[in-house]
Ligand binder design. Sequence first.
Ligand SMILES: NC(=O)c1ccc[n+]([C@@H]2O[C@H](COP(=O)([O-])OP(=O)(O)OC[C@H]3O[C@@H](n4cnc5c(N)ncnc54)[C@H](OP(=O)(O)O)[C@@H]3O)[C@@H](O)[C@H]2O)c1
Length: 338
Amino acid sequence: MKQIWISKNGPPEVLRLQEMPDPIPRSGEVRLRVQAAGVCYADVAGRLGIYADAPRTPYVPGYEVAGVIDVIGQGVPNLKEGDTAVALTRFGGYSDVVCVPYKQVYKRLEWMTPEDGAALPVNYLMAYQMLMVMGSLHPEDKVLIHSVAGGVGLAALDICRIIGAETFGTASPEKHDFLRERGLDHPIDYRNRDYERVVNDLTAGKGVQIILDRLGGKNWLKNYRLLMPTGRLIFFGVSAMENGKKRSRWQMLKTKLQVPIYTPFKLMDDNKGVLGINLGQMWDHAELQRDWMQQIVAWYDEALFRPHIDRVFRLDDAAAAHLYLQERKNLGKVLLKP
Ligand SMILES: NC(=O)c1ccc[n+]([C@@H]2O[C@H](COP(=O)([O-])OP(=O)(O)OC[C@H]3O[C@@H](n4cnc5c(N)ncnc54)[C@H](OP(=O)(O)O)[C@@H]3O)[C@@H](O)[C@H]2O)c1
């Protein structure tokens, strides 16, 4: 099999292609021939060495794949050779063959493309968990989505659109036309304007009910201020720690020094909620995610959304895919194709 390894923390060039013998599935696992593998920003953070959950180098990154099952391990119910599937991988997805515990595998609708399939697990499960499960999204809610043009951002926008909520989203300005067409109500150019002021202007100073924050740093407090009473602030990333192609210890320290303290007293007095999610830490709770994925696939089946696939890079071009994300060029999902 062919795999992409992160040889050491550093710029995209540390990603290296290696040939290895095909793996044999252990008991409770299935083997997939990969047709498409998802690239997400967490892979970039892992490569940079600023993602605490990543294994020590060298390792194969990648959280999600779509493919065809070609070998079934012992004790695997309800799956068979030849089934089309998608799977969460918790590392190892940048590969043309993967073995995965069957609990992390979802059968793929016959007419769902491998590209659409590989774009679902991370982005849509995360967006679903944040908005529907922890955020209690309602049609009358106002929702601010940071980096709304990214992979998780567009998934969150799709869900808000399906539920009927009003959406505010930050993104680089060249992405705004696309976002309006995709259904975003209020695109915000956060790189040239203070989004706190813009949201306050748009809401007559009232703020919003739900904020999805992957930025962190000074945004932790700005976003808290933008919540209206009963609002929920949900953290899912800390991009403020990243600037440039390499790790910057100064940037990391600066971000850590900006960590706010939301005391129970303050939360009670403000009637606000602060929540966080980490998909990797949900690995042992696959039974919860199965219901969420069922709803996501039902929406897909009803043609209520389609993931936006921006670019598909060859597996051996993984470094270019990482650079594409870091240079902020992507609109939605970036994939690798073996
Ligand atoms: N908690 C979890 O379990 C989990 C799992 C997977 C991913 N994540 C996190 O979720 C977030 C979104 O992931 P994604 O895969 O959907 O990525 P993404 O949003 O598609 O990432 C690329 C985009 O992020 C924006 N961005 C904001 N700050 C940036 C910075 N400092 N450097 C480069 N780009 C920056 C850029 O768009 P604009 O310029 O338009 O803003 C860029 O196009 C990431 O922070 C990732 O680490 C969390």
